[in-house]
Design a protein around this ligand. Structure first.
Ligand SMILES: Cc1cc2nc3c(=O)[nH]c(=O)nc-3n(C[C@H](O)[C@H](O)[C@H](O)COP(=O)(O)OP(=O)(O)OC[C@H]3O[C@@H](n4cnc5c(N)ncnc54)[C@H](O)[C@@H]3O)c2cc1C
Length: 469
């Protein structure tokens, strides 16, 4: 038997690191266990998620837009190299990991680190290699991996995921991506901007179905205009290996179609990393999909065991994983009862144009109250968008009809992921459209779209000069 800890954290990603940081501040003797064969320290976000996908998206976009300038004076020619882009991304990720994770853990006085696969022995003990460790409290932050849908023949295909894409040695000529959520959409543009022929298959009737319906429709329109093929209501049935790649049989709107491509990519949602952890020995309950069940305070069915991040299946974002890890530690040691209001959590898709949202959608509000006070504005009302010749997109604002407090903002357009933070402040601080209108914005900026859509509740924008309020 090895040391006994106040807290044992299983995982080394965003949820785990936030928890370790808080435990260190609270001077609680902590052990963090991460198994690098699943993912190195830093977990999904830094190694195979947010960071590398955004580096790849940026590189692709820089090239794609440079050779397609909307201004007469700019005429550039060039070429891009997909494999070189992957290599540089890999190097940048290594530096990020080293600076933000490996070096950080060394500096945390109260946190020990152990490399290896953790599995529960009982509700107070985990095993790592041949050693056992006792803990008064636990945090399960073991993350998740790509869910493999039950498509006939899928087990015989070397499909791409966000994890193994960085091992590609050759740019594929064509890719079919199953999944039209944020991941599928981002990867469709990564491939497309580097000259790969892309087809996306989405099971439901809209891409990014968790966002306001107009955003999904608008995003589909822009990606299709660029040349990405998107099929919705597409149910993949069977996949076979062929001489040149793969052949996929899919039912689209009930009609069978056979598609071919060099590679298949899965962007089909998540499955929790709970099997190797042997959660059943801890007494922690899982839901029917295998995610760890937690209450609003991130506590599992075992009072001393908490969970955070993708392993809970709640809202798979780096930001929420970290906040949950942080709150879980305050709750376990200080009875702080901290919980996240998911209506105040902004989320984004980093395509071009970007998609970003915070708060309630028009559809949700209508379903609940059968009334909605909403305005939608196209970006040709925003002077900066006109100046940079990028008016793709729109913004929709949802208000509480009684108080005129902003309760939802939904954007598709350039820089949407940055601009949404302004809306998040408004929602979190219960600001009305009058508070927003009275706030001076820098002119000309894209963030003025928040002010303009607020103005549009009381006045037609077509009747207004650009900077009257
Ligand atoms: C392609 C992609 C792009 C994304 N982009 C964004 C974005 O732009 N913005 C955003 O907010 N979110 C984004 N996300 C989501 C975000 O990356 C995840 O929600 C977040 O990283 C999850 O963190 P986590 O701590 O829950 O799990 P992870 O970061 O997955 O960490 C889990 C860790 O647990 C370890 N582990 C698992 N089982 C064991 C075990 N039994 N013993 C020891 N260690 C174990 C693993 O090795 C891993 O390091 C993206 C995700 C993907 C896949």
């Amino acid at each position: 038997m090895n040391k006994e800890y106040e807290l044992i954290i299983i995982g080394g990603g965003a949820g785990a690191f936030a928890a370790a940081n808080t435990a260190n501040k609270l001077k609680k003797k902590t052990l963090l266990v991460n198994y690098e064969k699943i993912l190195p320290l830093g977990g999904t976000c830094v190694n195979v998620g947010c960071v590398p996908s955004k580096i790849m998206l940026h590189q692709g976009e820089e090239y794609y837009n440079a050779v397609r300038s909307k201004f007469r004076a700019i005429k550039l020619q060039g070429r891009s190299d997909f494999i070189e882009a992957l290599k540089e991304t890999h190097e940048m990720v290594k530096n990020f990991r080293n600076k933000n994770y490996e070096k950080v853990i060394e500096k945390q006085e109260y946190v020990d680190f152990k490399e290896g696969l953790a599995s529960f022995v009982d509700s107070h003990t985990v095993k790592v290699d041949n050693k056992t460790f006792k803990g008064k409290h636990f945090l399960i932050a073991a993350g998740a991996y790509t869910f493999v849908p039950p498509i006939k023949g899928i087990d015989k295909i070397d499909f791409i995921t966000n994890v193994n894409i960085f091992n590609l040695k050759k740019k594929p000529k064509s890719v079919i991506i199953i999944g039209g959520g944020p991941l599928g959409m981002e990867f469709s543009q990564i491939f497309h901007h580097f000259g790969v022929k892309v087809t996306v298959l989405q099971r439901s009737e809209r891409v990014i179905p968790k966002f306001d319906s107009m955003l999904g429709e608008e995003l589909r329109k822009h990606l299709q205009e660029e040349g990405i093929t998107i099929y919705t209501n597409a149910d993949s049935k069977e996949v076979k290996k062929t001489k040149n790649g793969i052949e996929l049989t899919v039912e689209i709107d009930g009609k069978r179609k056979v598609l071919t491509a060099e590679k298949l990519m899965l962007a089909t949602g998540l499955q929790a990393n709970t099997k190797l952890l042997e959660t059943e020995k801890s007494g922690v309950n899982l839901d029917e999909k295998g995610f760890v069940k937690v209450n609003e305070f991130m506590q599992t069915s075992q009072k001393h065991i908490y969970a955070a991040g993708d392993v809970t299946g709640l809202m798979p974002l780096e930001t929420t994983a970290a906040k949950q890890g942080n709150f879980a530690v305050f709750n376990m040691f200080e009875n702080a009862n901290k919980k996240i209001n998911y209506n105040e959590v902004p989320h984004a898709v980093f395509t071009s144009p970007e998609v970003a949202a915070v708060g309630i959608t028009e559809e949700e509000f209508m379903r609940k109250y059968n009334v909605c006070l909403c305005r939608t504005m196209t970006l040709d009302h925003v002077e900066k968008a006109l100046a940079i010749k990028d008016t793709r997109g729109l913004i929709r604002m949802v208000l509480d009809p009684k108080t005129k407090i902003v309760i939802g903002v939904h954007i598709i357009g350039p820089m949407a992921a940055d601009i949404i933070t302004t809306a998040t402040y408004a929602i979190k601080n219960k600001m009305t459209i009058y508070d927003i209108k009275d706030t001076v914005h820098v002119f000309p900026t894209l963030s003025e779209m928040i002010k303009k859509v607020a103005q549009s509740f009381d006045q037609s924008l077509d009747e207004m000069a650009c900077c009257v309020e």
